[in-house]
Each structure stands twice: as structure tokens, then as C-alpha cells.
Design a protein around this ligand. Structure first.
Ligand code: URP
Ligand code: ZN
Ligand code: ZN
Length: 465
């Protein structure tokens, strides 16, 4: 099928220009003006922006946390992603049974996604324990299976200790892959959670108070130093919430460390006052790390502008509000951690970032698409509008004003933390590999059209980014 997109403003991380796109066999074949081709279907972009499809490198579809299961699976979650302008996800797979090998969860997630996903996908592997077998399996997966990033946690049930984290960093440095980390100081968090419970302090605000920003920042800094000892291993800090952690990251970057940071819309737009909402509504925002004091938002925007934060992802981890209330109404520690956001990321950042003048449109494209593609071995197939790249494209109408409400979203969860925010600008068309899968907020794609992406090693010499 041949398609020509006319009358749009093409936006990349470097440039904005008027141009036409010729698409054949799902690939961008030509960029120019007055492109003619017999039998081509013409899409009129009506003067709107054409951006590379959004790439969300932090989602949790099908996540089973024992007390609850995330309500979006790889079908509903990726339909929501597509409607919100995201054409690729990299999902953080959940923990498996104690002592399981690395393939265990990868196999489970391949089964979850295959024949269900409607956008292209990959996974970050998860490391729950470390020994020689795990490290050689890691090598096999990174070298042969296209999974070139792995996550470790410094808190939760399967946290790694410092030596284990160091061994993973060292191995991944040797392999040219990326270690991602959920950094929180588990001893301190556990101490505060127990203390608050003994004192009867169990309402949602104590979730935030039990996980102070210093706990996150200390763990960020610890991982940075372990990565430095591990021959400057590449390190990606997920869901950064605060300025103190960012200062450590900036310091490491000044010392030429391979340290990268991701934040999420909830940390840029919401603050810890949300935990005090009445009628249990504070439970909607129980996520880890928690929302912070408002002043951090501007520090994070500044980090995006100066490049110390490379990526805005979502940490989409949806549990129904009704479930959160049922489990957490008497005690925040019983409430499943996580909040939805896969569908609202692109419009929120376009509106709050570009339209409100906090970032320019090149930076917007960079943080929601190009940088994540580069850092996770997907570039230039994804994250770019160039001849030879996949025709993953999103048309954004900057004149479309939308009041975000859960009713108009496609995610399978009963609330959005962004209810009531009005955005200026919204995706009006999403194309994946040359196929229009969303038009005017209607999903018209096909279950199972999304395909598994074998990712490249982002830190190998022959990776062209
Ligand atoms: O609260 C959160 N973020 N839940 C999802 C798992 C994680 O920590 O990323
Ligand atoms: Zn996390
Ligand atoms: Zn997460």
C-alpha cells in the first residue's frame, strides 16, 4: 500500500519543516514536496504537526503484584497507547517465582503480548537475584534475543544488594547494554512504613512521608557510584521525582558518566497534596516513588530543558480506584502501587510543555520519542522521521482542546490521575508501520498487529545513533 501524507509540518528532534511523506511497505520512502504516485492514498494533515510515534519505555501491562493485577493487558493497554499517540512500548516485566531464571518471565511476557499488542513492543528484562548462571543467561539474552536492557530494584521483595547490582552493571557494561534501576533506600522506607503503622498513621499522605526524597536520591547516587566503579557502566534512572536526585545525576554527567534519567508526567504536573484529597481519593496517587512537593516540578522541567533528563515515560501501572480503596482504605501499605498514564503522556507533555512554553517542540519530540529510541536500541528504525525509518507517525492538531476525563480514554481502568486537566493539542491520527490505527480518538487497528522488536545494543560500537 502506498500513502502520501500532504500538508503537514514535519517535526523531528532537530527540525520543523513543511514537507510530504511517501510511505510504502510500512517504511518512509521519500520526504519532499509535490510527491506524486499513481494509486497512492492521500492523507491530508491539514497543516498539523507530524511527529515520530511516541515511545513509552516504562509501562507495566499485565503486572501481577500478588494483591492485585494491573487492569490493562497488552491489548487494552496498547489500544490506549495508540489513541494517545504512542506506537512503541518497552514494558518492565514483573517479578517471577523466587529463584526463577531470566527466561521465565520473558517467556511469560512474550505470551502476554503476542497476538494481543496493537503497537510494537519490547521488554526490559528483570533481575531478581544474581549468580554465575544468571550472569551467563544475561549474556545470552543480550547477545541473541534483542533484550538489551535489564532492570534491577533496590526496594520491594526482590531487591538487589550493592554487590549484586555492581555485578549486573559490570556485566552489562561488557555487553553494551543498559541497566535501569528503581532507586529507593529500602531500609529507610521499611523503617518509616513500620513506624507509621505502629503510630496509627495509615492515611495516604504517609505513603509519601514514608518514602522521603532523600531515600530516592541516596539510592540514585549509590547506583551512580557503583556504575562508575563498574567501568562507567551505562545506567538509566527510572521515574525520577525530585531535584535532589537530579543534582546527583547532573554531577555524574559532568564527570562524563553514562547516566541517563527518565521522569513521568505525574511528577511534572501533580504534587503530594493529592494524597490529602477527600473520600479516599488520595489512594489514586499511591505510586512509588511518591508524588513530591510542588517545587520539584520546575526543577524537573529545568532538567528536561538542559538535557540532564533524557526521557519522559509513564510508569503506566493501572489498578482500579475501587481496588485501591478496597485494599488500602484503612492502611496505605495495603494499597497496590501504581497509576495509569499510557494514554495521556503525549497530549499532556505537548500541552503543558510545548503550548505552555516550557519546552520547544524539538525537545518534546526528543523526550517522548527520539531519545528513548536511541537509549534503548531502537534507533533509527523508531523515533525518527527519515527515509528508511518505520512509518510510525502521529498527527497532532494543536488547535484541538480536550478536557481529559476517564470517559474519553481507552485504558481499562476506572480513573485517570489527570482528570479535569484541559489540554491544548491532541493526536488526531496514529500510524504504525504505514497503517492508520487511530483516527480522531477511534481505534481502528487490529489486535495482534503490534510486533516484538529485537533491540540493538545501545552501547555497542556499531550502533548508529
Ligand atoms: O508504583 C509504581 N511505580 N508501581 C510500578 C512498579 C514500579 O516501581 O515501577
Ligand atoms: Zn519502579
Ligand atoms: Zn515502573
Amino acid at each position: 500500500m502506498t500513502i502520501i501524507i500532504k500538508n503537514g509540518k514535519i517535526v523531528t528532534s532537530k527540525d520543523t519543516y513543511a514537507g510530504e511523506l511517501l510511505i510504502e511497505e510500512g517504511i518512509i520512502k521519500q520526504i519532499g514536496t509535490n510527491i506524486e504516485k499513481d494509486d497512492a492514498e492521500i492523507i491530508d494533515a491539514c497543516g498539523n504537526y507530524i511527529i515520530p510515534g511516541g515511545i513509552d519505555v516504562h509501562t507495566h501491562l499485565n503486572l501481577d503484584v500478588g494483591i492485585a493485577v494491573a487492569t490493562d493487558d497488552f491489548y487494552t493497554g496498547t489500544v490506549a497507547a495508540a489513541c494517545g499517540g504512542t506506537t512503541t512500548i518497552v514494558d518492565h516485566i514483573g517479578f517471577g517465582p523466587k529463584n526463577c531464571n531470566l527466561h521465565h518471565q520473558l517467556n511469560v511476557y512474550h505470551d502476554f503480548a503476542k497476538d494481543n499488542a496493537v503497537v510494537d513492543y519490547s521488554f526490559h528484562g528483570v533481575i531478581q537475584h544474581v549468580n554465575d548462571d544468571i550472569l551467563s543467561e544475561l549474556q545470552e539474552i543480550v547477545n541473541n534475543e534483542g533484550i538489551t536492557s535489564f532492570k534491577c530494584y533496590l526496594t520491594y521483595d526482590y531487591k538487589l544488594n550493592d554487590l549484586e547490582a555492581y555485578k549486573v552493571l559490570l556485566k552489562m557494561q561488557e555487553l553494551g547494554g543498559m541497566v535501569t534501576v528503581h532507586p529507593e533506600n529500602d531500609f529507610m522506607v521499611t523503617y518509616f512504613r513500620e513506624k507509621f503503622q505502629k503510630e496509627g498513621k495509615t492515611s495516604p499522605i504517609y505513603h509519601a512521608l514514608s518514602r522521603p526524597e532523600e531515600c530516592e536520591a541516596e539510592a540514585v547516587n549509590r547506583m551512580i557510584n557503583l556504575a562508575s566503579i563498574a567501568n562507567n557502566a551505562p545506567l538509566y534512572i527510572v521515574h525520577l521525582t525530585n531535584g535532589l536526585g537530579l543534582d546527583y545525576i547532573k554531577f555524574a554527567q559532568k564527570r562524563n558518566q553514562n547516566v541517563y534519567a527518565e521522569t513521568c508526567p505525574q511528577y511534572l504536573l501533580l504534587d503530594q497534596e493529592c494524597y490529602k484529597k477527600e473520600n479516599m481519593e488520595g489512594l489514586k496517587y499511591i505510586m512509588s516513588p511518591p508524588l513530591r512537593k510542588e517545587f520539584n516540578q520546575e526543577l524537573l522541567w529545568e532538567g528536561i530543558r538542559d538535557g540532564s533528563i533524557s526521557v519522559i515515560a509513564t510508569d503506566h501501572c493501572p489498578f482500579d480506584f475501587t481496588t485501591k480503596v478496597r485494599l488500602g482504605k484503612d492502611n496505605f501499605t495495603k494499597c497496590p502501587n501504581g497509576a495509569p498514564g499510557i494514554e495521556t503522556r503525549v497530549p499532556l507533555i505537548f500541552s503543558e510543555g510545548v503550548m505552555k512554553g516550557r519546552i520547544d517542540i524539538q525537545k518534546f519530540v526528543d523526550v517522548i520519542s527520539t531519545k528513548p529510541a536511541k537509549l534503548f536500541g531502537l534507533y533509527p528504525q523508531k523515533g525518527e522521521i527519515a527515509v528508511g525509518s518505520d512509518a510510525d507517525l502521529v498527527i497532532i492538531d494543536p488547535n484541538k482542546e480536550v478536557a481529559i476525563s476517564n470517559d474519553m480514554l481507552h485504558q481499562n481502568v476506572d480513573y485517570t490521575p489527570f482528570e479535569g486537566i484541559t489540554v491544548q493539542g491532541y493526536p488526531v491520527l496514529t500510524m504504525l508501520r504505514g497503517k492508520v490505527i487511530v483516527r480522531n480518538n477511534d481505534f481502528i487497528g487490529e489486535k495482534g498487529y503490534g510486533k516484538f522488536l529485537k533491540r540493538l545494543k545501545p552501547f555497542s560500537d556499531n550502533y548508529n545513533n
